[in-house]
Design a protein around this ligand. Structure first.
Ligand code: PGA
Length: 250
């Protein structure tokens, strides 16, 4: 049975005080036992967040990492460094990393390799731009992102992969893909995995939807058969909203 997952991508928000406040509020919420809950604070707060959440089932993820183990890479953080503060999940390929920090599919493929070599779980993000959808090219773009960034991994590594389909036009815009659009793409993604690997792998992998998920639309989106949860940006910064999204599964 594949897992239901709700992950909060805090992006560049929350200093250490705000991190403790938000986590304290979250710890007071009733969160569904059926759902794996993940929060991804900024690098500086990962260790503190991990310690604050030790007595809970909430996992801590990083928002990015470098592909090399160590060396002269000013400003970068390695997989080993994340592991050393107890973080073994990493978000890779977020559209903001792709668009603002020039992360290519090729670079992401090497980050994925490093994460897997270090026994980490990868939340692999991808999704089309508005022009791709308007020109009916969205399936091709998504397929290419997956083929170039991820589909080189061995079948056995899929147990360390979570997918996050995030149409760029829906991120932080208030515009959400309709539940039908999300379902259509998620089922397409599963088909491409089945073609390349096997239908068992395709059925086992969790595929999250991301892009303006809110308490008001989560239930309908998560109700679709191929949507296994969400990657949540803005709404993950409010404990009430994030908890409501975690609890939005039927
Ligand atoms: P959003 O962000 O929920 O604020 O649209 C989603 C994301 O960037 O992962």
């Amino acid at each position: 049975m594949r897992k239901k997952i709700v992950a909060g991508n805090w992006k560049m928000n929350c200093d250490i005080t705000q991190t403790y406040e938000l986590l304290d509020q979250l710890k007071e919420k009733e969160l569904s036992d059926d759902v794996e809950v993940i929060v991804a604070p900024p690098f500086t707060n990962l260790q503190s967040a991990n310690q604050a959440l030790l007595d809970t089932d909430i996992l801590v993820a990083a928002q990015n990492m470098h592909q090399v183990a160590n060396g002269a890479f000013t400003g970068e953080i390695s997989a080993g460094m994340l592991q050393s503060v107890g973080v073994s999940t990493v978000i890779l390929g977020h559209s903001e990393r792709r668009a603002m920090f020039w992360e290519t599919n090729e670079l992401l493929a090497s980050k994925v390799n490093t994460a897997l070599e270090n026994d980490m779980t990868v939340i692999f993000c991808f999704g089309e731009e508005l022009e791709d959808r308007k020109s009916d090219n969205h399936f091709n773009v998504v397929k290419e992102q997956l083929e170039e960034g991820l589909y080189h991994i061995e079948a056995a590594s899929w147990s360390h992969i979570v997918l996050a389909y995030e149409p760029v036009w829906a991120i932080g815009t208030g515009e959400t893909a309709s539940p039908e659009q999300a379902q259509e793409m998620h089922s397409f993604i599963r088909r491409t995995i089945a073609d390349k690997y096997s239908s068992d792998i395709a059925q086992e992998v969790s595929i999250l939807y991301g892009g303006s998920v809110k308490p008001g639309n989560a239930k309908e989106i998560f109700g679709k058969p191929d949507v296994d949860g969400g990657l949540i940006g803005g709404a993950s910064l409010k404990a009430d909203d994030f908890a409501a999204i975690v609890n939005a599964f039927e």
